[in-house]
Ligand binder design. Sequence first.
Ligand code: LMR
Length: 326
Amino acid sequence: MISIIGAGKVGSASAFNVLRLGISDVVLLDIAEELARGEALDMMQAAPAIEFDGYVKGTSDFSEIGGSEVTVIVAGAGRKPGMTRLDLANVNSRIVKSVVKEVVKFAPESKIMVVTNPVDVMTYVAYKESGFERNRVFGIGNVLDTMRFRSYIAAELNASREDIRALVIGEHGDSMVPLVDYATVSGIPIKTLLRKDQIEKILSLTKTSGSEVIKLKRATTYGPAVVIAITVDAVLRGRNRVMGVSTVLQGEFGLSDISIGVPVILGKNGIERILELELNPQAKKQFGESASIIKDITYKCTRQAQDQTSTRTRSVRASSNFQHTG
Ligand code: LMR
């Protein structure tokens, strides 16, 4: 069984994908209990037609997530047109922390899959707040970027999307690094088939397509929902899939104390292995810049939380002093 925290469009659509692909039963949790229950009921009514045997339960009660193999955190604010994902760091870190507290309490054995943006920063926040081993906390973002990268390569080549293999690393955000050197169609490097300007176009579309959808319809839904389902599948079925996933680094790629998208083997234990790879000088530089951006925001957002806590502690002390002396 898995839990999905947040029954908005992405949470609900991913629950439905998980069910119809026969991956797992789902607890769909939202503080808006009626929304969660309504979505679950609606999904169950589709079951006879598309013949899935799974079960989804909508609830606002965290004790229901007990026994989850994976807890998917989708809850949080989405960006509005014109915003970057990083703009959501402060507001969403508070939400992610409060959800993680409940996960630790009710599903201490689960793996935490973070979807809430900015996903790299939120993954680090979830890792710190949970105290879980790092293999059990990861964020998805580059999986979605990679899907987009593959789609645009396929379109430019007029070749089947199925035959495109590619990878995006770094921030799931404006500084993402789609790796052209590692992109192939049935093993043939795309660099040998496409002109420079065609590749530039693909890179630009890959980086901006999330914002484009948001500009058009306020939110992305189907892409993230499918990505959640296939990533959950990799873990639950122990498929050891190789994916770009945000993971806490401890020396790999020369980085520490940061969660950033890198290729990993994803299986039963979550991150089974981090795959370090050679980057050409340009990709290395871009990856380094991406890491600096994530580190900066992670630092600001965790620092701000500490400051708020100490301000609260100080004011509690001040008020208890006041009461005491009064
Ligand atoms: C996406 O890439 O679709 C999500 O991260 C949502 C967003 O803000 O772009």
